[in-house]
Design a protein around this ligand. Sequence first.
Ligand code: NAI
Length: 701
Amino acid sequence: MSNVTFHSADGIGRICISHPPLNLFSHSLLTGLSAALAQFEADASLPLLLIYCEGQSFVAGAEIAEFNNPAFSAEAINVLLNRIEAQTRPVVVALHGTVLGAGMELALACHYRVAQKGSKLGLPEVKLGILPGAGGTQRLPRLVGASLALDMMLSGRPVPAQEALASGIVDAVEEGEPLALGLAFGRQLLASGGQPRRLSAQTAPPGEHSQAIASALEAARKSPQYPAKEAIVHCVQQALTADFASGARAEAEAFNRLLPSAQSRALRHLFFAQRRSRKIPGLERQVPAGKIEQVGILGAGTMGSGIAMCFLNAGIRTVLADAAPAGLERGLQLIRSTYEAQVAKGRMGAEQASARLALLTTSLDDQALAPCDLVIEAVFEDMSLKLQVCRRLGEVCKPGAIIASNTSTLDVDALAQATGRPADVVGMHFFSPANIMRLLEVVRGAQTAPQVLKTVIDLAGKIGKTPVVSGVCFGFIGNRMAEVYLREAEFLLMEGATPAQIDEAVQALGLAMGPCRMLDMAGLDVGAKTVIECEKAGGLPPDASYRAVVRKMFELGRFGQKTSLGYYRYEGRQALPDPEAGRIAAELAQAHGIAQRSDIAAQEIVERLLYSMVNEGCKILDEGIAYRASDIDVVWAAGYGFPDFRGGPMFMAEEIGLAQIVERLEHQATTRGNRYGYWTVSPLLQRLAAQRQGFDSLQAA
Ligand code: NAI
């Protein structure tokens, strides 16, 4: 049955789109819309056409997954939109909800636009590495000029209805149902003798267009890894200087070039990966999410105070407790100063800051956590301390409350047992700085109750985090893979590579920070303690040279940026080379019988750091710690600064070719030796490479 219907009443033709939940522009919507339009075209007695949607939103974009269907192309959409615009009787569109992408382009092809109050309009294609390919780059600049059109298309930012009204994108903003709004507007239009208006035939309003284009072009050229940006600027320039047909050709050419580009495929992969990561195997849809009205946090350190801000920012009452008065004071100070800085920068009003602080209570007594619906422990990363704290939380927390640990590596199942109520326990691994980083690794223990999992995933959405579920193992998904990456970084240091050489090799791929910079920032003390805890838990290989550098640096009090000395020497935040770090590495190399050499190439660094990490990712998949390869990509993009235009490590590995990854891992095993199994290829990776299959084949299976 068609999801688009046509009917007429009171002399107005009406096309209703009903394709829940988001009325996405798909092949079936395209054919339905085309057939409905033909019905209007066949009835010359109707003076006006109204297009509107049923459900929670107007067309909220195109069904991107369908871009692979040859019958559903940007060209096919354009043919239809041009036909709508060419109507000789006025076409009114009534907008509500989120009017995005192809939905916005449909609206621009109509002659008049009326929007429901509260709706938002935007062209976010840039976020997927493409540009609006259904006339958006040509019609929007003709309507509002270069400056706003560029701003909207380059940022992907949707504009609220009121702003759209002020800038002339819509003709009216009213309260009410879309159908009623559209009919009222249409009747008025007929009464005033309104005629069709076609943006394709219009020239842009006067403005400083060439200046806006020049500065946008300069900015776009600074991020060549996002080629859609420069293409958008070119198309806007065409819209302002050429006729519609040639501008539309330029748009089509750019769209067809960008769609299959590596960057766009990577960005689209991550977009779907994020959506998919919320679907948890074995978690029934009917399982209800519990209500979280008050959150408690134990440990007011770097993480505890950052986590507290996540909840305060979302308007959730928060209790922050710490055993040490100085610790509590430091945490409170950190929260205050963060808000003060945001007020000073104009990002937050002073009233808003005090409203958030008013939701916070602090305590030196853990009894204060008793009424909380969720309590997160963020005390030092020390297993015996955490066990003791969890035992205590099991007693203090009210029945039914969720007990979560922010541990970044430790055994969540053991902590769960310590509480005496393991079904209530889950890992909530925030990343530093917790109030900023998007990722939340949700660690599902062997006995975590489904409702607990559902509640935490639901809550993650409310506090603006991207949740990814991980099983229990040392370091979970992210840090377990990072461990391999750091292991190789340290071996390379001992072999004679400099920190800058290592960092630059991976930064050249677009990673925000190489491993040495990252560890210097996170704190070498924090890093070393993780290795020490892992050793205590019997998790290290019997290799005395394993992560010897970080342990030595810790011993020497070189904690990284916070002590101005680490892998680098710091002047303020500026990292400078420090020969002393090289000397320490050389000394360790000698002690462990590691030969130093001067021929370490960037490609070797990339292969040793990243290919080994991909191998570990495959082991994680095979063990069921991660549900999907795409979840691993979300972890690295949202939590570790892995460049989104590369789609995450697993996606990147597929782009390189899994067989190639296997070949290089085997090469390392041969040249470096494989005494401790560092280069043993994961059987899963081996199999996929041999069968020439990708990670998606695992999902299908
Ligand atoms: P931190 O050293 O800054 O703070 C720990 C706080 O816990 C201190 O204020 C201390 O007074 C308090 N504390 C210690 N024992 C306590 C007890 N028995 N009762 C109440 N409070 C107690 O530590 P940080 O860096 O905030 O780490 C906390 C947890 O977060 C650790 O499990 C760590 O692995 C994890 N984590 C740390 C990340 C980081 O980058 N620092 C990133 C992600 C997780």
